[in-house]
Ligand binder design. Sequence first.
Ligand code: XMP
Length: 514
Amino acid sequence: MEKKEMVLVLDFGGQYNQLIARRVRECNVYAEVHPYTMTLDEIRKMDPKGIILTGGPNSVYAEDSVHCDPALFSMGIPVLGICYGSQLMAYLLGGTVRTAPISEYGSTSVSVNTSSKLFHGISDETEVYMSHTDHIAKVPEGFEITGSSAACPIAAMENVAAGLYATQFHPEVTHTVEGKKIISNFVYTICGCKGDWTMGSFVDNKIKEIRSRIGNGRVLCALSGGVDSSVAAVLMSKAVGRNLTCVFVDHGLLRKNEGDEVEKIFGPSGPYELNFIRVNAQQRFYRKLAGVTEPEKKRKIIGAEFINVFEEEAKKIGTVDFLVQGTIYPDVIESGLGDSAVIKSHHNVGGLPDHVDFKEIIEPLRMLFKDEVRKVGKELGLPDNLVFRQPFPGPGLGVRIVGEVTEEKVRITQDADAIFREEIEKAGMSKSIGQYFAALSNMRSVGVMGDFRTYDYAVVLRAVDTGDFMTASCTDIPFKVLQTCMNRIINEVKGVNRVMFDLTSKPPGTIELE
Ligand code: XMP
């Protein structure tokens, strides 16, 4: 296979390590994140076109500081140091780094020398994002200053002959208005990349690679209907066709009609060549969940039962050679970047099945970010409603129904959720909200409908704006839309006499109710 270009991101513990790699990839150049401890030999083997040193929480002069080998700067590979990476470059090459008189956090204006290759095409006064307490006080020999702000006289520096560039600010974050152009200048003009990383090329190469790895082996995949497992399944199906068997466990805690939708796409009448097994295990799950109210216990039961069902099906198939996992790149990076990336359990519910006979794990999406997985999904012809699907927790409605899960509560939640989703779609908000759904409180209260007293459940509508799902704030949904939802849910969903809107942000609340 022809060699692809790559840019290496060496991670010094900065919170934006993934973002740097994503920005590079947005320029159609492949990037990988590796720990700063990588040896020069290992780096040479990867043959990167350029190296980016990330930010990090350390001070270069502190005793417990993290350094790379100074010889990194004379390998003949262009280097861009960002924040801590810039200070490290200065320090290791003989410049001076000190605690800045004023720490800077946030947006600031920097004047840059636009004749620098790094800043070509950038406004000479540009808005950037700074986050530092140390700064470069003196540049190393051979370097010149190419950017400065009021509080940071050396906001950027470079040594063109050595191919070394550095910015105190963070070009990778969106607050740096022209950051994307700066990264693109680095990878194209300075590193000489051509931009061969596209999802079309990824798909072609991956299919070839999977075929040669798997040969005529048998492959088993747990399909949840989520984006990652669906895209992984389709990719595998394109590569090995009927050697792939997908097992879809319908645990009865999916959204309304979801099981049928998954079956329509992956089942025999769908467009893909694979063996599809749908296990209708709804009643099994409801039985196991009867009387259980404690959230963690519910999660564990659902996870364990999922594995049981999956293993039973796998046993019927017999020995398989490969088990597909939908691991994606953030999982790999977050698990410490080592060789032993944590294996994400199929659809996140439980863990890896203990009693399935397989020889190897295959993770076709291991090097992709979520937005790239979606692009691959589009490339492979998966429908938009699946590719741009909202995150849906593995334990499904089990964590959206407060207290005991019963079949009736599942029906109420599914129906209310379908109405809420329909109305959000109609209001044109479906793509802009991070996550939204209907949940069911465990509260029953008195109401009146017609001439009758009712004693029914309260549905909770939840909608949050979030980028990372670690923090979230309540979405500002027009009151009229909420009122329509309330009217429809009460009129159309039997068993509900109250609808509430959850205003809680995260923290202190979580996104799911349990
Ligand atoms: P919380 O409720 O923790 O949710 O604020 C954050 C994000 O994670 C999803 N979530 C889960 N996903 N298994 C999953 O696969 C789970 O047990 C689980 N719990 C929460 C949730 O939907 C949100 O996107």
